[in-house]
Design a protein around this ligand. Structure first.
Ligand code: SAM
Length: 225
């Protein structure tokens, strides 16, 4: 898989992409993450990529030209033009289902905005899908892109040590995951449930299913609808 990120702050990605599962997936060549700096495509001498909004109002708006040129530049680097995603607070809410959908793609192009956001013609002219990571406003799309990359990359076959662990994760079957325990058997008078020590796989499986349902009912009843 190839993931392009178009951003004004490529340096922000070094640490989140440089550790753990996402790093390992890149080392194993399961994913190629390519960062492009939108500012490199500014045509003016000040490398300006934003301007005042028509009609007045606060803040600055990302201009069409550098963003279009940046998209076209990355698209011509690969025969697959990719699924183009504009990160916006008003977009479709990112969830595990969309993460799986993205993980099935060969190429994603994530465009991180800044300031007041994008000139509307960027959305119209690129036909990009708008995606939000939640109902709150971040200063820029970089953190949103990192969240999406992390959630998608761990779903790529071979990214996790044990492929089954993604299939059991919360949301993958519409429910929250059952609780986990590890050594010791007793910690501050809190004991590991007997069933997990029983060695009876059928009973353990049933207990986990029931716990998963119970936890979802209590914490996220909306998921059961
Ligand atoms: N004025 C915009 C609004 O009210 O919808 C907010 C712009 S925000 C300060 C700057 C950029 O951060 C956006 O263009 C977008 O790329 C990114 N961003 C902010 N919140 C986001 C969210 N919840 N999901 C995805 N991207 C977000």
């Amino acid at each position: 898989m190839r993931i392009d990120v178009l951003t004004l702050f490529p340096d922000m990605f070094a640490s989140p992409l440089g550790f753990s599962i996402v790093k390992r997936a890149q080392d194993r060549q399961l994913v190629n993450i390519v960062l492009s700096n939108i500012r490199d495509f500014a045509k003016n001498s000040y490398k300006k990529v934003d301007d005042k909004p028509y009609g007045g109002g606060a803040g600055m708006v990302l201009m069409c030209q550098p963003v279009f040129d940046c998209i076209e530049n990355v698209q011509k680097q690969d025969e697959n033009p990719g699924r183009v995603i504009l990160l916006t607070p008003g977009g479709k809410k990112f969830d595990q289902k969309l993460a799986q959908d993205f993980a099935n793609e060969k190429r994603l192009i994530l465009i991180a905005g800044h300031y007041e956001g994008f000139d509307e013609r960027i959305r119209i002219g690129t036909n990009a899908e708008e995606v939000s990571i939640g109902d709150y406003v971040l200063s820029g799309g970089e953190l949103a892109a990192m969240v999406i990359i992390d959630a998608v990359v761990r779903l790529l076959p071979g990214a996790l040590g044990d492929d089954d662990s993604a299939a059991c994760d919360s949301f993958s079957d519409g429910l929250l995951e059952y609780p986990h325990y590890t050594r010791p058997e007793v910690f501050r008078d809190m004991k590991v449930p007997d069933v997990l020590l029983s060695g009876n796989h059928k009973d353990i499986e049933n207990w986990r299913k029931q716990q998963s349902l119970e936890k979802t009912k209590q914490q996220r009843p909306d998921l059961l609808k």
